[in-house]
Write a protein that binds this ligand. Sequence first.
Ligand SMILES: CC(C)(COP(=O)(O)OP(=O)(O)OC[C@H]1O[C@@H](n2cnc3c(N)ncnc32)[C@H](O)[C@@H]1OP(=O)(O)O)[C@@H](O)C(=O)NCCC(=O)NCCS
Length: 168
Amino acid sequence: MSGEGPSAPGEATLELLQEGEEQELFSAYARIVADGDGFPHTPPLGWGEFADYWLAHSAAVVLAREAGQLIGAYYLKPNFVGRAAHIANAGYFVVAAERGRGIGRLLVTDSIRRAPALGFDALQFNLVFASNPARRLYEELGFEVVGRLPRAVEGEDALIYWRTLPPA
Ligand SMILES: CC(C)(COP(=O)(O)OP(=O)(O)OC[C@H]1O[C@@H](n2cnc3c(N)ncnc32)[C@H](O)[C@@H]1OP(=O)(O)O)[C@@H](O)C(=O)NCCC(=O)NCCS
């Protein structure tokens, strides 16, 4: 133990979800949902809803680990079908104890880097709670508000964010 406080995000590794890791991801995400953190699912999150949201439609699911522990994750999937499927959607979370040390930024920048090779040329977030501190990160990384959903979740407005992606 160094006793020097939180370690740098550089110590986290990002890898594609491997077979057999789904249950671990489910447990971590179910905790996010139970805390009402940033996503609109009604808790408690069931396996079926998790699998449909994170696994069934995703082009990539990436896990962040540190010393073997799952500390965050994101998915990338088409936001629409057919002729609009070039627009991706992504969702990110960092486990509560590891927030505020750059892991979220690592996840979002990795998704921006990874998405073009998967055939996406834009990235859209459909439901960013107006109070979500992640908005500052999104805006810093080039996302712009392209819509506002009044009273989307329990009376709170949500924003739609979008940005183009560099060519693959
Ligand atoms: C959103 C989330 C992934 C951010 O992860 P994180 O590891 O804490 O983020 P980072 O440490 O990389 O912070 C990046 C930037 O986000 C902003 N930010 C993140 N959390 C913040 C907070 N609590 N207060 C203020 N700004 C915050 C800051 O701009 C920060 O930049 P800075 O480090 O230069 O100040 C994390 O808070 C989370 O999992 N939240 C619950 C799920 C969620 O809301 N997901 C997004 C759904 S749209």
